[in-house]
Write a protein that binds this ligand. Structure first.
Ligand SMILES: Nc1nc2c(c(=O)[nH]1)N[C@H]1C(S)=C(S)[C@@H](COP(=O)(O)O)O[C@H]1N2
Ligand SMILES: [Mo]
Length: 251
């Protein structure tokens, strides 16, 4: 993500805005009840149009799943494990104390250990991770459906977003409730049959295979269920959106 200039990114967003006729696109999205948190501002019409159109057309379609023979031999990690004291300490303990805190609009806020998550029903899927920079790899991911965790804590029927936070303070994002409940949206604990390598987000990462790689935030520590994107950073739904990347990025 670092290497993508704002200009490169703009080609996508600006094109969509021109195509949608700006304000008209936002109006249509509003009528369809499909307005992303980053719909305001210069690139907002493009974001709103993309989000509404994709939700409209693709609905709850599944991301492509691949045969085992297509798993990439050398998956590329876009970053190293975080050089943060807390991470190094956790690493030294084999992540035995890693917790996932779940709060917000839930009946039973709680903290899950990795063992708690492993004891829940598991799902495995072989999907592509596609970076906005143009590279991708195919890997098998296993873990617990985000929806399963939401049911466990009793997420409110009014919930509209699930926010997720990395140990890296600058990395947080959110998905709408439909994406959160989608069967392929998982909190991954395993990759290619083993634990997730540290550079790929171990011990816990979000996998949102229907969207670009940057939604699949690594080193997840906390989830917050909310009915609004307000109150999280600038209210655009993600740290990425604050850097100019669209909050919704269906592929
Ligand atoms: N915490 C955190 N999550 C992150 C990133 C990061 O730098 N930090 N990079 C994102 C981007 S831009 C991509 S493309 C994918 C890359 O996943 P990989 O390292 O498994 O290739 O992770 C995403 N999640
Ligand atoms: Mo990326």
């Amino acid at each position: 993500m670092k290497a993508l200039t704002r200009r490169q990114w703009m080609r996508g967003g600006f094109g969509a805005a021109a195509l949608g006729g700006g304000a008209a696109a936002v109006r249509w999205a509003q009528e369809a009840g499909l307005v992303p948190p980053d719909a305001s501002g210069l690139y907002g019409p493009g974001h709103a149009l993309t989000y509404a159109a994709q939700r409209w057309l693709a609905g709850d379609a599944l991301a492509r799943e691949f045969p085992r023979s297509e798993i990439s031999a050398k998956p590329f990690a876009n970053s190293k494990a975080p050089e943060i004291a807390e991470y190094t300490q956790q690493q030294a303990k084999g992540f035995a104390d890693w917790r996932l805190e779940v709060d917000g609009m839930v009946a039973r806020p709680r903290s899950f250990s990795l063992a708690d998550l492993r004891a829940m029903p598991q799902r495995s899927q072989i999907t592509a991770l596609t970076c906005e920079e143009g590279w991708n790899y195919v890997a098998e991911w296993s873990g617990v459906r985000l929806d399963e965790v939401l049911r466990e804590v009793g997420a409110s029927a009014q919930a509209k977003f699930v926010f997720y936070f990395s140990l890296q303070p600058e990395w947080w994002d959110s998905v709408d409730i439909r994406e959160a409940q989608h069967p392929q949206t998982i909190l991954a604990l395993g990759m290619n049959g083993g634990r997730i390598p540290e550079a790929h987000g171990g011990p816990l990462r979000m996998r949102v295979p229907r969207q670009l790689g940057y939604k699949s935030v690594k080193w997840i520590r906390r989830l917050t269920v909310s009915d609004s994107a307000r109150g999280f950073g600038k209210g655009l739904g993600s740290a990425a959106a604050e850097f100019g990347y669209s909050w919704y990025n269906g592929i």
